[in-house]
Write a protein that binds this ligand. Structure first.
Ligand SMILES: [Zn+2]
Length: 169
């Protein structure tokens, strides 16, 4: 182990910025497509600048051509296709660009396979780790509580989103 125990996440600021831009683009997608596309574009540019790889599952929710977030039924049309191979076809309704994803049986992305995980980094500050170790038995309880809080936060957020994103009648 290294002597300097507390590790710092490299490019943390960029990750945070990308996270913010991604959420912003999804929030605003139903109201203003141009702004949504702009935020998506900014996110991909952030990733490119510091050579970060965006996860395929995340990347597939953005249009490859105009970076608008693809929301089925709202900003994208999703159809099952059988030619030339069975798959799902996504059409961006902003720029009409299409993407096809094969749905062959047993087809898996490399990242979804277990051997793709090489190493897991733990960026928990050393002080927090000690606290967790000291409490020992309470660890699991605390984890659960944290998860509960996060879940309730998420639910609250999603509720906010849906109320904000409603179309003006
Ligand atoms: Zn597009």
């Amino acid at each position: 182990m290294m002597k300097n125990k507390t590790r710092f996440c490299q490019n943390k600021d960029i990750f945070e910025r990308m996270n913010y831009l991604y959420q912003a683009s999804h929030l605003i997608a139903l109201k203003d497509k141009v702004a949504a596309s702009y935020y998506g574009n900014m996110m991909m540019r952030c990733a490119k600048k510091v050579v970060l790889h965006v996860e395929p599952n995340l990347k597939r929710t953005l249009c490859k051509c105009c970076q608008t977030p693809l929301i089925p039924g709202e900003t994208a049309r999703v159809r099952l296709i059988s030619k030339p191979v069975k798959g799902v076809k996504w059409t961006c309704l902003t720029c009409m660009n299409t993407k096809r994803f094969p749905t062959r049986k047993g087809y898996k992305l490399w990242l979804d396979e277990p051997q793709a995980v090489f190493k897991i980094f733990d960026y928990t500050p050393e002080e927090e780790k000690k606290e967790i170790e000291d409490e020992g038995k309470d660890k699991n309880e605390r984890k659960r509580k944290k998860e509960d809080i996060q879940q309730s936060d998420l639910q609250g957020k999603s509720l906010n989103c849906s109320s904000k994103c409603k179309k003006p009648s």
